[in-house]
Write a protein that binds this ligand. Structure first.
Ligand code: PLP
Length: 390
């Protein structure tokens, strides 16, 4: 016999997923209706509206793709790129590498713009790539989940416009936690994921697409190679008054997303960004007071802090103790940073003063037991002082 499902309670302070708000959890248990029920069609409209607020956009085509953030990635590329098209792919972390793979599989040709992990991509590098290629699409990550870098976008967006190209932005880690202004920055296509700063279960990829980008999609010479991710097909279900069945929408996830976005709206986007900044700053002060080094020297992402693992400290053992003794999950490094950094997420409802203090105290105790030289309380005190100042 199999036992009843009884997962442990965890404070999810890793790179995602984050914890669910009780209101989101309740939405997941609301009664199901049919996916073409008038009640649900209203829910879709409201969810699109709320997503426009979260992305700061007036784009009509704003909805959620069924699938995780990676479906957002594939959906973005396979709609705007045709076989043989050149695409400028900005690579400064793990997900940039994944972007290369996706463009390649979609038949595009990558024009790589690289920066060292932990550094940002410069507008000059993007301009050089655009001027030396025929690429009309630039793809870049906003919140670098593997490095903890928040990539500035405004200047790059300006350059991309000058070259009459489209800017595609991965906001999987940043949406709802870090300053992002799709229309204000001049982004043409932006996607995210439900399980990070929006505190929903994984399974939805919110996406917004400008009219310029949709024109490109509508004027393609060939069909989008993925039927499931064809935006024009999904649009007919999500956004047109005469709804056409495409696939059975994950109703409960969409209820959950709507509720999460309602929470965001009630708090206010700018307030939410400020809260993430304040809490990440206190976390950083605490980590530094413990003698730890935050991985990126500048352009730090308020939703995710990558911190270098000190020499002689056992990565796995620290994370295991945090999980088993304190019920706290953090993430290890990805790709080239595996074993070199820990990644601490303060995402959405998890970005609180309380969580910063609770986490720092647990980390201090665990590190002390692992033989790392520190004075208990120093990290926590520094964070408390940072909170008092801000
Ligand atoms: C920046 C970035 N892009 C894409 C993804 C892929 O999202 P998912 O794991 O939900 O498919 C992630 C996941 O962490 C991410 O951080």
């Amino acid at each position: 016999m199999y036992g009843e499902l009884s997962p442990p309670q965890r404070l999810l302070l890793g790179a995602g997923p984050s914890n669910l708000d009780p209101r989101v959890l309740r939405a997941l248990t609301a009664p199901m209706v049919g996916h073409l029920d008038p009640y649900f069609l209203d829910v879709l409209d409201e969810t699109s509206d709320l997503l426009r607020y979260a992305f700061k956009t007036k784009n009509r085509l704003t909805m959620a793709i069924s699938g995780t953030g990676s479906a957002g990635m594939e959906g973005a590329i396979c709609n705007v790129v045709e076989r043989g098209d050149e695409v400028v792919v900005c690579v400064s972390g793990f997900f940039g590498e994944r972007m290369l793979e996706i463009v390649d599989r979609c038949g595009g040709k990558c024009v790589e713009v690289r920066a060292d992990w932990g550094e940002i991509i410069t507008k000059e590098a993007v301009e050089e790539a655009l001027s030396n290629s025929s690429a009309k699409v630039v793809w870049i990550v906003h919140g670098g989940t593997s490095t903890g870098v928040l990539q500035p976008l405004r200047d790059i967006a300006r350059v991309v416009r000058e070259y009459d190209s489209l800017l595609l932005v991965d906001a999987v880690t940043s949406l709802g936690g870090c300053e992002l202004d799709v229309d204000g920055f001049g982004i043409d296509l932006c996607y995210s994921a439900s399980q990070k700063c929006l505190n929903c279960p994984p399974g939805l990829a919110p996406i917004t697409v400008s009219e310029r980008a949709m024109e490109r999609v509508r004027n393609r010479e060939t069909k989008v190679q993925s039927w499931y991710l064809d935006l024009s097909e999904i649009e007919r279900y999500w956004l047109e008054s005469n709804r056409v069945y495409h696939h059975t929408a994950p109703l409960l996830l969409i209820y959950a997303l709507r509720e999460a976005l309602r929470l965001l709206r009630e708090e206010g986007l700018e307030e939410r960004w400020k809260r993430h900044e304040r809490n990440s700053l206190a976390l950083i002060r605490g980590l530094e007071a413990m003698g730890l080094e935050v991985y990126p020297k500048a352009y730090r992402c308020p939703a995710l802090t990558a911190v270098s693992i000190p020499d002689g400290v056992d990565d796995q053992s620290v994370r295991r103790r945090l999980r088993e003794e304190y019920g706290i999950t953090i993430s290890g490094g990805l790709g080239a940073l595996k074993g070199k950094v820990w990644r601490i997420g303060l995402m959405g409802i998890n970005s609180t003063e309380r969580n910063v203090i609770v986490f720092l105290e647990a980390l201090e105790r665990v590190l002390k037991r692992e033989g790392y030289p520190l004075k208990l309380g120093e990290g926590v005190s520094a964070a408390i002082e940072a909170f008092a100042r801000n």
